[in-house]
Design a protein around this ligand. Structure first.
Ligand SMILES: [Zn+2]
Length: 81
């Protein structure tokens, strides 16, 4: 599943729009169990891991990205696990 954010403009009609779309994926914070969205890396940068601070409780976590059926999936785990 892909998510598209931002206003859709049609100013680039006839030209290939620059790939500036920001895909995000929901992850669940391992500390407060609230769900929020993280921006996804490009598929050719996957698998990867990034340190992330929860947007709700600001605790650090590690978000892992992997490729699953050509879709980038993300999940979070506690940094001390
Ligand atoms: Zn949290």
């Amino acid at each position: 599943m892909r998510f598209f954010f931002g206003p859709k403009t049609h100013e680039n009609k006839g030209t290939q729009p620059i790939s500036q779309k920001m895909d995000t994926a929901p992850v669940t914070c391992p500390t407060c169990f609230e769900q929020f969205h993280v921006p996804l890396p490009y598929p050719d940068e996957v698998p990867s891991e990034v340190d992330y601070d929860c947007e709700i409780c600001c605790r650090p976590m590690v978000v892992s990205f992997e490729l699953e059926d050509d879709e980038v999936v993300a999940w979070a785990r506690g940094i001390h696990e």
